[in-house]
Write a protein that binds this ligand. Structure first.
Ligand code: SF4
Length: 83
């Protein structure tokens, strides 16, 4: 694993199994791997600096909850937060 990409102290993301979810990327944690927006381009995109961010102000469109969960699970930094 690349240096700085393992976070043994951070738990796996708490990914709710429901509809009507919101997501955001914790910019303090995101290192710009791009896994989230490559895995779930319907939900995440890259910003002007190459870091991940949620589309649609973080509101996950109905029917794209599984993509949001997949994008979050793909993030090596556990930077995706659900609410
Ligand atoms: S996968 Fe994680 S670290 Fe990479 S851009 Fe997305 S939120 Fe940031």
């Amino acid at each position: 694993m690349a240096p700085g990409h393992d976070r043994p102290g951070r738990p796996a993301p708490d990914i709710p199994r429901r509809v009507g979810v919101n997501v955001r990327v914790d910019r303090d944690v995101c290192t710009g791997h791009g896994m989230c927006f490559m895995t779930a381009p319907e939900v995440f995109e890259d910003d002007e600096d190459g870091y991940g961010r949620a589309r649609n102000d973080g509101v996950v469109d109905p029917g794209h909850e599984d993509e949001a969960r997949g994008g979050a699970a793909s993030c090596p930094e556990r930077a995706v937060v659900f609410s």
